[in-house]
Ligand binder design. Structure first.
Ligand code: DGL
Length: 202
């Protein structure tokens, strides 16, 4: 079996590695649509157009049996449209873990760290309504942190990495959030640092 992973940049790499580890016999193609990075600052129409072109390229070049959209921005914006355009391929998305956060938050104050396109999308309001109606969700779009991870993470010092996550961590701390959702796949690369900066309560 072969599959393909799609993101706007490096965010999907941990997902691909996880899938390869789980299923070592599977062949995998990875498309980072870096020509169109960042998706999180685009309109819905443009995100859908870019993602659709990317899936079309993947299908032509690789003909995968499944496409994993390892990008929250594409998933909340364009998954339905992609599934309509490519009905012959299972397309699996990634959406912010609001349901899980609501299950673990003790003080019912949840932080959502994602792209601007994700935090502003009605799909998120639906997730809040369906799974976290007794919680307050404090959403923060953080394009600077997304850009830092895409462009600077692999050459940054530990100090620079710690500084890069401070605005987000301080934002959620001021609202007393005890749980932070990493609602953009890029942030997985910095999960340990965000956890350390936020402290044990988050
Ligand atoms: N990694 C992507 C996500 O999960 C988006 C990054 C971007 O292109 O803005 O939302």
């Amino acid at each position: 079996m072969n599959f393909a992973v799609l993101d706007s940049g490096t965010g999907g790499i941990p997902y691909m590695l996880y899938l390869k580890k789980k299923c070592p016999q599977m062949k995998c193609a990875y498309l980072a649509d870096s020509a169109n990075f960042p998706y999180g600052e685009k309109t819905e129409a443009r995100i859908t157009e870019c993602a659709s072109e990317a899936v079309s390229l993947i299908v032509k070049a690789w003909n995968p049996e499944a496409v994993i959209v390892a990008c929250n921005t594409i998933s909340v914006t364009a998954l339905t449209e992609l599934r309509t355009r490519y009905p012959q391929i299972p397309i699996v998305g990634t959406v912010p873990a609001i349901k899980v956060a609501a299950e673990v938050s003790r003080n019912r104050r949840i932080g959502l760290l994602a792209t601007n396109a994700t935090v502003n999308h009605p799909y998120i309001r639906r997730l809040e309504h369906d799974f976290a109606s007794d919680c307050t969700v404090f959403a923060r779009g953080d394009p600077d942190l997304v850009a830092f991870i895409e462009h600077d993470l692999f050459t940054a010092t530990e100090h620079e990495k710690f500084e890069a996550v401070q605005p987000a961590v301080k934002y959620f701390a001021q609202y007393g959030c005890d749980t932070i959702i990493l609602g953009c796949t890029h942030f997985i690369h910095m999960a340990d640092i965000i956890q350390e900066a936020a402290g044990p309560a988050a």
